[in-house]
Structures are given as structure tokens and as C-alpha cells.
Design a protein around this ligand. Structure first.
Ligand SMILES: C[S@@+](CC[C@H](N)C(=O)[O-])C[C@H]1O[C@@H](n2cnc3c(N)ncnc32)[C@H](O)[C@@H]1O
Length: 312
């Protein structure tokens, strides 16, 4: 392609030389032209003719090279087992069975957060959405009471959210969207410990990044509204070095992992950052599985894999 453009440049240069040279007849007869052209011009002309003649051949060669490269890539992919992995992924996609369980992120705490914490919540919600989209048993995902700073952040940084699929987004309070008797507020301050998940229920997660400055706020809200509440069975399965207040996306991902694995312990260990110093609790109540403990209290963004809320 680039060569062609060089050629046509040469050709136009030739044209202009010819025009200046006025000795070339206007009817463009080749013989007369050849006689009047300088040696250099004739050489150029011949080169150009040859170039034109070989155009098809070059096109054909380019096509062949392209095809060869494609074949090489394909062979390499198959050698690496990519073919198998690809069909396994395809198989997996076909086995996806959505869960009837509803998971609600209650975004009704907008005015309690600083802009930087709203940004963190935004990232955590993006993470929930992405994890649900690739889950084996995706939940019925609801965002309620969406507005204020969070919506502004979504509009400004991720306009694509309006096209999100398999999610119900509402400006209304969750109690307007789901019948009260079907609601269970997940809150670490509840005395009730969740044993199993009921696929008929809607579990609510407080959409809040507050470094636990508003301790007990979701528990109080649940009691006020007279709905069920429960904490995740963390202490029965893992011993944590830090508080058991988790970030929104961790709670969300633990639920997804539990739906897939059917085991709280596996779900906790799949999702919780190793840096939390989580230790599995064995049947006799002793610590069974050691995990690293470098930094047990972090509230960084979801990309760092460590978002557990800081203690108050
Ligand atoms: C960062 S926490 C917010 C803490 C806030 N101070 C409160 O009182 O809920 C985000 C949400 O994750 C859920 N969550 C966090 N840890 C939990 C746990 N151990 N059990 C159940 N839900 C939890 C709660 O819904 C909580 O509102």
C-alpha cells in the first residue's frame, strides 16, 4: 500500500516533469514520448509499467502471507490447549443457571459519604455487576434509591451503565420494590447468623463506604422497618484478624460463591483477601488453615483485592 503511494507520487512527479518539458505530445503516443523523454524519465516510466503489471501478483502474495499467519496463530493456539479451554468456556457458558435469589444494593446512604467514598462505592458496584455477569448462578441484581453523588459519578465516569443488562435499577427505596416479608437485611451487627440462603428472599446490602463511622446504621434501619436481618456466618468458618465488616462487593461475591460452591467456608476463602489474615476454623473450633497476615485493615479500591472496611 505504502509502496503504491510512493509510486503514484513518482508518477505525478513524472507528469509534472513532462508538462514542463512541453516536448511530449498531448495525444500521449508512446513512441513519440519515448523519444522525447530523457533517459532518467524513460527508466522511471518502465519501472512504473512493471509496477503496474505486478500489482495483481503482489495482492495475491499479500493474501497468501495473511492466510499463512492466520494458520500459524491457529496452530499455536491449539498447541497451547487454547482450543480445549475455549470449548470448556463455551460449555461453561451453556451451563449458567440464574438463581432466583435477589441481591439488593441499597444506595440510600448517599449523603453520609464523602466524594472519595462515593467513588469507592461506585467501583464496588461495578465489580458486583461484572462478577454477577460471569457467575455460574447469577442473582437477580437490584440497585435501589439510586441518585445523588453516586449517580453523578456513574454518569460522569461510566456512561455505559445505562446499558447494563440483567440488573434492575431504581430510584425507589427497596421496600417499594420488594415485599417486606421477603426482605433480609445483611448486617454484621445482627445477632442472627445466616445459615443458608433462601432463593425466595431478597437480601439487602448497605451501599455504604463509611470506614464503620456509622456503626450499626443498617441494623437500626432494618429494625425500624421491621424486616428480617442477619450477619454472614463468618465467625463459624473463618477467624479474622480484623473486624468482620466487609465491603459491599465482598458480601456480594461471597453470596455468588456460596451459590456456586454450596459451602460458606469455600465461599469465604475464595473471596476474602488473604491479607485479611483469615484462618479457617476446623470442626473442633481450632484454627486449621493459616493465611498470610500483612495488612488486616484496608479499605482500598476493588482492584487491589482488599476492600474490607477499617474499624471505627
Ligand atoms: C462497608 S459495610 C457498611 C457498614 C455500615 N457501618 C453498616 O452499619 O452497615 C457495607 C455493607 O456490607 C454488608 N456487610 C458487611 N459485613 C457484613 C457481615 N459480616 N455480615 C452481613 N453483612 C455484611 C452490610 O449490608 C453493610 O451495610
Amino acid at each position: 500500500m505504502a509502496d503504491d503511494s510512493v509510486r503514484s507520487e513518482a508518477s505525478s512527479q513524472l507528469d509534472s516533469e513532462n508538462t514542463e518539458n512541453k516536448t511530449v505530445s498531448s495525444n500521449g503516443e508512446a513512441a513519440a514520448e519515448n523519444q522525447t523523454l530523457s533517459k532518467r524519465q524513460r527508466k522511471k516510466l518502465l519501472k512504473q509499467q512493471k509496477w503496474e503489471e505486478e500489482r495483481e501478483l503482489r495482492k495475491h502474495r499479500r493474501k497468501e502471507k495473511k492466510q499463512q499467519r492466520r494458520l500459524e496463530r491457529q496452530n499455536h493456539h491449539e498447541e497451547e490447549g487454547g482450543g480445549e479451554a475455549h470449548s470448556a468456556r463455551k460449555r461453561l457458558r451453556r451451563e449458567v443457571t440464574p438463581s432466583s435469589l435477589r441481591l439488593v444494593v441499597d444506595c440510600g446512604f448517599d449523603d453520609l459519604m464523602l466524594v472519595k467514598d462515593v467513588c469507592k462505592l461506585h467501583k464496588q458496584i461495578q465489580r458486583c455487576y461484572a462478577e454477577n455477569r460471569r457467575a455460574l448462578h447469577p442473582v437477580q441484581f437490584h440497585l435501589t434509591s439510586l441518585g445523588g453523588q453516586l449517580k453523578q459519578s456513574m454518569d460522569a465516569k461510566d456512561k455505559g451503565w445505562v446499558n447494563w443488562k440483567d440488573i434492575t435499577i431504581s430510584t425507589e427505596h427497596y421496600s417499594e420494590v420488594v415485599a417486606k416479608e421477603e426482605l433480609v437485611y445483611l448486617t454484621s451487627d445482627s445477632p442472627n447468623v445466616l445459615e443458608e440462603l433462601d432463593p425466595k428472599k431478597a437480601y439487602v446490602i448497605g451501599g455504604l463506604v463509611d470506614h464503620n463511622h456509622h456503626k450499626g446504621i443498617t441494623f437500626d434501619k432494618a429494625k425500624e422497618l421491621g424486616i428480617d436481618h442477619a450477619q454472614l456466618p463468618l465467625s463459624s468458618f473463618v477467624k479474622m484478624n480484623s473486624r468482620k465488616v466487609l465491603a459491599v462487593n465482598h458480601v456480594f461475591e461471597i453470596i455468588l460463591a456460596y451459590l456456586e460452591k454450596g459451602s460458606w467456608q469455600e465461599a469465604f476463602f475464595t473471596v476474602l483477601p488473604q491479607r485479611k489474615g483469615a484462618v479457617a476454623v476446623s470442626q473442633d473450633g481450632t484454627a486449621a488453615q493459616e493465611k498470610d497476615d500483612e495488612d488486616s485493615d484496608s479499605d482500598s479500591d476493588p482492584d487491589t483485592q482488599d476492600q474490607t472496611e477499617k474499624s471505627a
